[in-house]
Design a protein around this ligand. Structure first.
Ligand SMILES: *[C@@H]1O[C@H](CO)[C@@H](O)[C@H](O)[C@H]1NC(C)=O
Length: 295
């Protein structure tokens, strides 16, 4: 009689490696872009790479830009994406990576990467919308070339504050200033979006430098999306659960504080900030209330 396994043993042997893969995947919370995101604009210009859709590319050519969005909505948490921006001559292109809720009083957190001629610096513009009101642009230069390699662009979002980070370095903090009448982002779950498009009417040197289509296609690459410490909240019941219940899924909304390194933030502001709405007196003769109460 030959050596053989029972049916149950066979099943176990088949299932164990799968279970292992699942545990490894879920423990580091990195998702497959193909399973967590859908194409929102121009399927022909969105490429999933790798057998599991581990990476994704958005392509801008003379016909169209492209975009993707997450299937789920998120309420609070750490939201990380690694992005490699358009190499070479990217003047006139805009790569937007952002979180947004829906409706006319929407909340939104933006990273917008403004391309440039070869060798000239990319600019990162951030913006915050709360209850439908934005107009809070800040711009920084980067301390590295974002087209040579992947870098992580993150949002740490709690009921107390939003911290924008690049490679773990805080570049911006938007605190909860409801106490002085500034609406804060704390009840509307947001989806994650990215898109790439022609912004040459304004993006590079105020619109002076246009896209050179002979350099097309323009390609940005994404990988390692991670979501931790928050709630996937796609229905009103799930939102309420996140905010109020004591279930395992509960977000400790009242006490979680992402924290940030104040010295590093001042280093970024001192060395790399090129525009801040808070100091734009032509636009805001009286600075918005949150400006004098940064943290
Ligand atoms: C592009 O490069 C020019 C020249 O170095 C710089 O003034 C500008 O801020 C850069 N970025 C954008 C988006 O215009």
């Amino acid at each position: 009689m030959g050596h053989h396994y029972s049916d149950d043993t066979l099943k176990l042997l088949l299932v164990l490696p799968l279970l292992f893969c699942f545990l490894v995947r879920s423990s580091n919370a990195v998702s497959s872009l193909r399973s967590d995101f859908v194409v929102s604009w121009s399927p022909n210009n969105v490429r999933f790479l790798g057998s599991h859709g581990d990476a994704l590319q958005l392509v801008l050519d003379q016909n169209t830009g492209a975009g993707f969005m997450s299937k789920d909505r998120f309420l609070f948490g750490n939201i990380d994406m690694q992005i490699k921006l358009i190499p070479g001559d990217s003047a006139g292109t805009v790569t937007a990576y952002y979180l947004s809720s829906q409706g006319n009083k929407h909340d939104e957190l933006d990273f917008e990467f403004l391309g440039n001629s070869s060798g000239e610096p990319y600019v990162v513009q951030t913006n915050v919308f709360s209850a439908g009101v934005g107009g809070r642009e800040q711009r920084i230069n980067l301390w590295f070339d974002p087209t040579k390699d992947f870098h992580s662009y993150s949002v740490r979002w709690s009921a107390k504050r939003v911290v924008f980070l690049i490679d773990g370095v805080p570049i911006r903090v938007f605190s909860n200033n409801e106490a002085v009448g500034v609406p804060y982002l704390r009840s509307q779950p947001m989806q994650v979006y990215s898109s790439i498009w022609n912004g040459d009417s304004w993006a590079t040197r105020g619109g002076l430098v246009k896209i050179d289509w002979s350099q097309a296609p323009f390609i940005a690459t994404y990988r390692n999306f991670r979501f931790t410490n928050g709630c996937r909240a796609s229905t009103p019941a799930a939102v309420s659960n996140c905010l109020h219940s004591s279930s395992a899924n509960k977000l400790d909304a009242a006490s979680w504080d992402p924290g940030f390194d104040k010295n590093k933030l001042s280093w970024v502001k001192r060395s790399f900030m090129i525009y801040d709405y808070c100091t734009d007196v032509a636009r805001y003769p009286t600075a918005p209330a949150e400006c004098s109460r940064e943290f």
